[in-house]
Write a protein that binds this ligand. Structure first.
Ligand code: ASP
Length: 438
């Protein structure tokens, strides 16, 4: 019997970690892993990113034009954004409650503090610089940024996903409004294109177990000072506990609102979660999230083609929760007093900062600077604060990306249920696909 995909990926991840740890233990040359193993992971991530834009274009055009009428689209759109903001607020609140209960900032020894801030000061300064560049823009710039002035320019950079979505929605709505006879061949073309791109996802996924091996092995080998992770144990545990609570929240929603089995949901979305963990990027994971949600969880394309790409860019529940915990941890550890109104500021800024975070590794930490600045943390304290959490940021990034992706999938199910666009899943069967490919 063939092993299910999520087990294959999990096995690849485990083997990667064990390989990495053994390699480091015997003090072999890390350059070998970087030269010969890491590229397999990089190629895989590039392949996933490669098909993200074509997939969004094809599936969104098909999705919106299948809706037949514009009012349905605005209903789905409005609901999606509202639910996204709501889940983010819930995530930040969960983060705040847990961090205030555990108080990880009080549990860190002054020597550890000094050591960490020395070790990572320069990395922290780089993050602050990146945040400053981000901030030098006007209040409406995020809307302006959404409207591209050249579609090829927009489509040439995966970071401009919202610009592409904007163009495609405009295109698809116009398609709904023109003479159906003329619209039909255009629709058919994108319909076919959509199947082609999904087939490409299937082919790329054949590589997934090996690629996650490469990604995790090189990550372990490249990690500097792994012993420092222990120093941040309480903080790390607080974030992870918060993220875990968020998963429970999603599962409750799946059970009580969507009325599906949480285990079934987890089983079917797990390949996307495992990839999110291995790549730390919801954007790179997007093609797989879309494939899982449409074919395995049964959300109609009319919903998933909009909800998921938009979610990958703006809905980051894991990131917002982490930002809340990190902000409190840093201020506690550096004895910077916060009052109740500061906690409200965190709710607001972490929500906005997570919306503004790019769906790539490490983005959440850059935007954390903005949360800290909103709390009026002085510049020197800020550098020390970021240096403090740097050592453990990558593993936490991996975990929060899992939540970001799970959140998007959950909201796709919720919106699908609310507009009656859930059907019996029809895995155009994963295994059939693979058999065709082989
Ligand atoms: N890596 C996260 C993502 O892609 C963003 C972050 O929190 O850094 O979803």
């Amino acid at each position: 019997m063939k092993m299910a995909l999520h087990w294959q990926i999990l096995l690849g991840m485990l083997a990667g970690v064990i390989f990495g740890i053994t390699y480091v233990y015997f003090n072999f040359d890390p350059q070998f892993v970087i030269d010969w193993i890491k590229p397999i992971g990089t190629i895989f991530i590039n392949l996933l990113k490669l098909i993200a834009i074509p997939l969004i274009i094809a599936s969104l055009i098909k999705g919106v034009s299948d809706l037949q009428d514009f009012s349905k689209f605005s209903l789905i759109g409005g609901r999606t954004i509202l639910i996204y903001v709501a889940t983010t607020l819930i995530a930040v609140s969960i983060g705040l409650v847990i961090v205030n209960l555990i108080d990880p900032g009080e549990r860190i020894a002054p020597e550890t503090l000094a050591m960490l801030s020395e070790e990572f000061a320069s990395d922290a300064t780089a993050k602050i610089q990146a945040a400053e560049n981000q901030q030098k823009r006007g209040p409406l710039s995020f809307i302006v940024d959404m409207v591209p002035d050249n579609i090829f320019g927009a489509a040439s950079n995966n970071r401009n996903m919202l610009q592409v979505i904007f163009f495609v929605i405009l295109f698809a709505i116009s398609l709904l409004l023109i003479d159906p006879k003329k619209a039909a061949p255009v629709k058919d073309f994108f319909d076919g294109l959509n199947d082609v791109v999904l087939k490409m996802v299937d082919m790329i996924m054949l590589m997934a177990p090996y690629a996650v091996f490469a990604l995790l092995a090189s990550l372990v080998v490249e990690t500097k000072s792994p012993d420092l992770l222990v120093a941040l144990l309480w903080y790390g545990l607080t974030v992870v506990l918060g993220l875990f609570t968020m998963i429970l929240f999603y599962l409750a929603v799946i059970k009580f609102y969507v009325k599906k089995s949480p285990l079934w949901f987890l089983k079917n979305i797990s390949p996307a979660q495992l990839l999110a963990f291995s790549t730390s990027s919801s954007a790179a994971t997007l093609p797989v999230t879309m494939e899982r949600v449409e074919e395995h969880l049964g959300v109609e394309k009319e919903v998933s083609s909009f909800v998921l790409p938009v979610g990958a860019t703006i809905n980051m529940d894991g990131t917002s929760l982490y930002q809340a915990v990190a902000a409190i941890f840093i201020t506690q550890a550096l004895s910077f007093q916060l009052d109740f109104s500061d906690q409200l500021t965190i709710i607001l800024t972490a929500t906005l900062a997570s919306i503004g975070s790019a769906a790539v590794p490490g983005a959440g930490m850059v935007m954390l600077v903005i949360v800290l600045e909103a709390l009026n943390v002085p510049q020197e304290t800020l550098t020390v604060g970021l240096a403090l959490i740097f050592a453990i940021d990558r593993p936490l990034d991996m975990c929060r990306t899992v939540i970001n992706v799970t959140g998007d999938a959950t909201v796709a199910m919720v919106v699908g249920k609310s507009v009656d666009k859930l059907r019996e899943p029809n895995p155009k069967n994963w295994d059939d696909h693979l058999d065709n490919v082989r």
